[in-house]
Design a protein around this ligand. Structure first.
Ligand code: NDP
Length: 453
């Protein structure tokens, strides 16, 4: 080591930072320090993907029991205990945080439970004034929810607070049409809360395939979500038993809570970054090159702090690529193309590649799609509909996009994503024998393109 306290100092103990720290220390022998001001595991483990998915599971049982009745079971669901569920979820998050801490310790990463900021290209400073020097600094501070300036905004909660409500709300208003708003609308609707989702645009999940968005929205409405499009909150005021909301159409209504899910911003304020020459973008994101290196050669940044593709597995990959580039001497760019992802709406959405609209703007395409009632719900007499859709290039026959709205769509798209990433053509899909009887077999049996495509 060359006169520094550490070879690498990581700021932020979320998925990306922890992975980079423990791989650099455990697999390349680097001396690594890491500072985390809050809980280890970051957004995904503590206040994101993990507790959200547990809530998705919890919210699915009333529907499952209803379906069970159609299959001959004399089942009934009973009461949901928020306290019992919440207590168990909190214990599970404690367990996972413990694992993160153990992983760091087991790789000989020295962790510091403190906020840290950058004071020069090779020095970080903790809140108590302690300074540590490092040959490289990795910024992995993640992001946080943002609430727009609206009168009464201090009354709003965000996804940070939603996991810790003292009791299950009876009436909840969710603002936004993105991943978080749409997922929580489904979760609380399933748990029995009366949910209103308010979105300023004309359809939720902007940027995704239009047909998939339309199906998800109509299914959410059918399952009970009061989806209000083309409207926003004008103001909020404290009211007896909750928050009084006036919308942009002048309607006034009281809700137990108002949750804003109107986007997230990188945690880069007051970090000393611009002072040392690290460039920040309009949203405060750290500007990096394809190796995650900032304008200051010794400082790199990964994950939501860079606002590239804000997903946990992407942050982890960026962390791994950083270690390869800097500590193994094998430069590795992060490939942000064709990233499969899932939105845990109800119904679930799995997607990879271009939407029909994006693909059509780029080249001539064929669209292969089918929407149907799956066997399980059809038998139960339920109206649930699923969608399987492939977007195919007319010129080279490659599958440019695959969109699945169905129970288990997240699991399906992980596998379809491999084929799409490999550059599979429609004919490659067709050569694959169907697995029967499953919903996903439709992906390999779509024979004719849509006439209007
Ligand atoms: P998104 O950026 O996905 O959505 C923000 C929503 O808020 C949009 O509908 C946007 O509307 C709306 N909005 C923005 N500003 C305002 C405003 N001033 N008034 C009213 N509405 C507003 O953010 P999320 O917070 O939902 O999620 C953040 C990120 O977290 C996602 O981009 C995703 O990367 C990640 N995430 C991933 C998940 C997954 O993989 N399953 C789950 C949860 C989060 P408009 O469309 O009109 O701009």
């Amino acid at each position: 080591m060359s006169g520094f306290d550490f070879d690498l100092f990581v700021i932020g103990g979320g998925s990306g930072g922890v992975r980079a720290a423990r791989v650099a220390a455990g697999e390349t022998g680097a001396k690594v320090g890491l500072a985390e001001e809050d809980r280890y595991g970051g957004t995904c483990v503590i206040r994101g993907c993990v507790p959200k998915k547990l809530m998705v599971f919890a919210s699915s049982y009333p529907g499952a029991v209803e379906e069970a009745q159609s299959y001959g079971w004399s089942a009934s669901i009973g009461e949901f205990s928020w306290d019992a569920f919440h207590g168990k979820m909190a214990a599970e998050l404690d367990r996972l945080e413990g694992i993160y801490r153990k992983l760091l310790a087991g790789s000989d990463v020295e962790s510091f439970d403190t906020r840290a900021k950058v004071v020069d290209p090779h020095t970080v400073e903790f809140s108590d004034g302690t300074r540590k020097t490092a040959k490289h600094i990795l910024l992995a501070m993640g992001g946080r929810p943002v609430v727009p300036d609206v009168p009464g905004k201090e009354l709003a909660i965000t996804s940070n607070e939603i996991f810790h409500l003292p009791k299950l709300p009876e009436k909840l208003l969710i603002i936004g049409g993105g991943y978080i708003a749409s997922e929580f609308a489904g979760v609380f609707n399933g748990l029995g809360t009366k949910v209103t989702q308010m979105y300023r645009g004309d359809q939720i999940l902007r940027g995704f395939d239009q047909e998939a968005r339309d199906l998800i929205a109509s299914e959410m409405v059918r399952k009970g979500v009061d989806l209000r499009l083309g409207v926003n909150v004008a103001s909020m005021a404290k009211a007896e038993g909750g928050v009084e909301v006036t919308d942009t159409e002048g309607n006034v209504e009281i809700f137990d809570h108002v949750m804003y899910a109107t986007g997230r911003a990188p945690n880069t304020a007051n970090m000393g970054l611009e002072e040392v020459g690290v460039e920040l973008g309009r949203k405060g994101e750290v500007i990096v090159d394809s190796y995650s290196q900032t304008k200051v050669p010794s400082i790199y940044a990964i994950g939501d702090a860079t606002d590239r593709v804000n997903l946990t597995p992407v942050a982890i990959r960026e962390g791994m690529a950083f270690v390869s580039t800097v500590f193994r001497g094998e430069p590795m760019e992060v490939d942000h193309d064709l990233i499969p992802s899932a939105v845990f709406t109800q119904p679930e959405f799995g997607t990879v590649g271009l939407s029909e609209e994006e693909a059509r703007a780029q080249e001539e395409i064929e669209v292969y799609a089918t929407s149907f009632r799956p066997m399980q719900s059809s038998f139960a007499g339920l109206d649930d509909k699923v969608l399987m859709k492939l977007i195919v290039s007319k010129s080279n026959r490659k599958v440019l996009g695959c969109h699945i709205v169905a129970p288990g769509a997240g699991e399906m798209i992980q596998l379809a994503g491999i084929a799409v990433k490999m550059g599979a053509t429609k004919e490659d899909f067709d050569r694959t024998v169907a697995v029967h009887p499953v919903m996903a077999e439709e992906l390999v049996t779509l024979r004719f393109p849509r006439k209007d495509a």
